[in-house]
Design a protein around this ligand. Sequence first.
Ligand code: SAM
Length: 242
Amino acid sequence: MNCNHYSEMNIFEEGLNNLGITLTDRQKQQFIDYYELLIEWNNVMNLTAITDLKEVIVKHFIDSLSLVKVYEPLSQKVLDMGTGAGFPGIPLKIAFPELDMILVDSLKKRITFLNEVINKLSLKNIITIHGRAEDLGHDILYREKFDLCVSRAVAKLSSLSEYCLPFVKRNGYFISYKSDKIEEELLQSKRAFEILGAEVESVAEFELPGSDMRRTMILIHKNKVTPHKYPRSAGKPTKEPL
Ligand code: SAM
């Protein structure tokens, strides 16, 4: 990304304006550096199918940041479950540097990439953890320690709730980035929410600025402590959803 990319940067600015986010030059440079690392590393490992700059801006950066439509990210402790190439965690951390962020993924190669991003962008108060949700959810270092857990494109909502809710403090939130038509998923997750101690607070559906892509954001409030037996052992939440 350089000065030849005026139109793409304009799309980014428009998207940011639409979300009410203002970035400093340093933060914009961090997004540029992130894009360049993503493309460079994508040549040697599978990080993203989207490589066109405009598409990365809209479908990865703006999409990740669209969380602000349902939640105000202050200086909370946030966990991004199944972060992959860093979405939504890295864009949120760049735009809201006061967040205390943990990125979790079960694929070691992606964690190696993310450590390089953190290092090159000089991001502070952000760490990566290589591991599975089902194991880390029982670790006292992480269990019920987060104000917010976010997750995009990892699993069906009922399984994902079992991955994510054990990390959330009582009265904290889990936000699931979903696509259209989530009625059935919501219905299938009702029992999981009850068991895990949570309820849906709101569902927001909107078009991403600068595209015709739609996003549905589900805001889930954790109102009770999650029983100790959850999450169940690795693989169970997806094979036998609650
Ligand atoms: N969130 C990113 C995004 O939206 O671009 C990545 C999505 S990718 C389709 C799903 C990621 O979740 C993969 O990187 C995978 O390794 C990770 N994942 C899947 N199941 C997991 C689990 N049980 N615990 C931790 N990570 C998991």
